[in-house]
Design a protein around this ligand. Sequence first.
Ligand SMILES: Cc1cc2nc3c(=O)[nH]c(=O)nc-3n(C[C@H](O)[C@H](O)[C@H](O)COP(=O)(O)O)c2cc1C
Length: 325
Amino acid sequence: MKTRLTKLLGIEHPIVQGGMQWVGLAELASAVSNAGGLGILTGLTQPTPEALLKEIQRCRNMTDKPFAVNLTILPTIKPVPYEEYAQAIVDSGVKIVETAGRNPEPFLPMFKEAGIFVIHKCTSIRHSLKAEKIGCDAVSVDGFECAGHPGEDDVTNMILLPLAARRLSIPFLASGGLGDGKGLAASLAMGADGINMGTRFMVTQEAPIHKRVKQAMVDATELDTALIYRSLRNTARVFKNSIAEQVLEIEGQPGATDFEDIRPLVQGAKGRELFEEGDLDRGIWSAGMIVGLIDDIPTCEELINRIVAEADDIINERLQQLATA
Ligand SMILES: Cc1cc2nc3c(=O)[nH]c(=O)nc-3n(C[C@H](O)[C@H](O)[C@H](O)COP(=O)(O)O)c2cc1C
């Protein structure tokens, strides 16, 4: 399956693993790249820009295929030296970056000068058009189904993707709610050049998180995610555990939400401990509605091959038969 993006990114299959805080380490990114997709290291998972350089080197030792680095520009509890992380990416020689969160414009000159291909992840058509205008090479269109930050518009991929196909000239990935061959075939049908998956890649053998977290997502249904921080206009889709429910309860109280009331529940360090120790109610973790379609914990290679084979079968068998019936 060759698309504009498989060619531009130098990958075999049109499948990308989105940046994931605490999850996007070299083990996962290299496994995805070795399986013919595009693995992405999460820049800010590394405590310093120097540590990111080391992680990039570790990933290079694990794969000779292309991989990318994610730079997420969002409000954080602790201030982040974004410029220094961006410089580390340039210095590393990595040639693909996934940006997300705020407008990546301040970092584009340095990325472009270094010949870096920039994929900006956004949750609306207006932000996708803006990304195209400022010179991003591609976008990832993150629908309302997605894990993490779906924005505030609540538009699903059934609408976003055909709109992106109509309005964008640059290639785009479908992101959010994808995890099987049906999703890949449908995304390609709606005009996307491939898919970006987060949650589905968390539930693989190589994802560096506790197996209880993976099993919780296998056991979950499509109803087991929650939208927190709505009252702060910084909505996040997370797994619906007792901590997410407590956050929702605080947000549901009359009057404006004070983040200080929520902060102790949602600290990043607790999310990291949850992933390491498998205590499912230690903190919160991002998870998308696709949990409802996840039934097993395959290797990245098994997963990617299965998705491509299923999509191929749909396109070349089912749809062909329908077209010629
Ligand atoms: C555990 C987890 C952490 C994530 N952290 C980030 C992040 O730090 N930066 C980012 O741009 N996206 C992050 N995402 C979003 C993914 O890159 C991707 O856009 C999203 O998961 C797509 O939706 P899906 O989970 O339905 O596939 C995260 C997703 C998950 C599941």
